[in-house]
Design a protein around this ligand. Sequence first.
Ligand code: PLP
Length: 383
Amino acid sequence: MNNTEFTEKYYMKKRAESSVKWQRGRQMDCLPMWVADMDFRCDERIAEHLKKFIDQGDFGYANLPEDYYKVFCDWHQRRNQITYQQEWIRFSKGAVNAMYQVIYALTKEGDGIMINTPLYPPFRSTIKECGRKVIESKLIDNDGYFTFNYTDIEKKFKTGKVKMLMLCSPHNPIGRVWKKGELEELFELCKRYGVLVCADEVHSDIIMPDQTFIPALSFKKYRDRIISITAASKSFSLAVFSHCHVIIPGDSLRKRFIQYQRHNNCSSVNVFNALPTYYGYRYSDEWMDSLNNVIFENYSYIRESLGKYMEMSVLEGSYLLFLNLEGYNTEASAADCLIENCHILANAGEAFGKGYENWVRLNLATSLTNVKKAVREILKLVR
Ligand SMILES: Cc1ncc(COP(=O)(O)O)c(C=O)c1O
């Protein structure tokens, strides 16, 4: 399906009344390009199968579909050449919930947990709310292409305070799909200094055409100390179902995690909420590929139109673009500047890390028409 056909078929001209993204857009009379939530309807096969389940009217205790794990593993094998085993997989109600569980289960109060900033804000708040210490290592900004600062990371590891690294891969908001060599260097440091890795990989299905996603658990040498959090919520826009996987190959880590889940009565899976993920992994390869092409077209358009005027992240994965409005920003926060002058609702850069007041995060999972409208508005700032 080409991009125009995909957009005609799946772009939702009118989002549901309940849409968090559009409710706020309407309230503020702005084009909503905030929150990681897309304006495309999921593959019709997901909704059709869900409808069939609902139409049965049988809402008694249920098991997962018999081949749930096979379908999950096949998707990851097919798309990322990674072999997961059923016994490694646990469930949680959402990725942020999984972060809480991983932190509580596998670290102690007061432990240091490293994050690489700028970063999706709940990483920081979750660590704090769990009573752990945030240890920040800033990514290096090479004209929008962000990379790890290994010297800084090692310096902080050397203190012995860091017990876990919370990795975002692909990274929200700077759109990197980490290369094999980059991850290897990072994991080698983690191993050397006894640091566990919790990799949030919820954006791993949204990969730009010329990029390859490397799952954290593909490194056999390090995988006993790595936990992967993965979900289809971003892939097929299933956030309302709050269904997520926590993959733990290391026996001793997994045992501790399971024990935590049992003690806290959260070891069961919500079968209804798991179904759309199952249908998506089963039927929606083509839909996924088409979506990625649409995102890439949107990104290419923005880069071509605005790239000569302002810095922006190099989008390798996810549908989130980090844009630097320095020189054009008339307010304390660039997000306010976009609301005031362009009627665009974006996420404020400073929420992702100190010093990013001139930046905004824009959501590109929308129609090219909306992207063009946003570009026209932002160009008014330039002129
Ligand atoms: C990297 C990352 N992790 C987690 C989440 C939130 O996931 P959930 O809604 O499943 O908690 C998001 C949402 O934008 C995200 O970008």
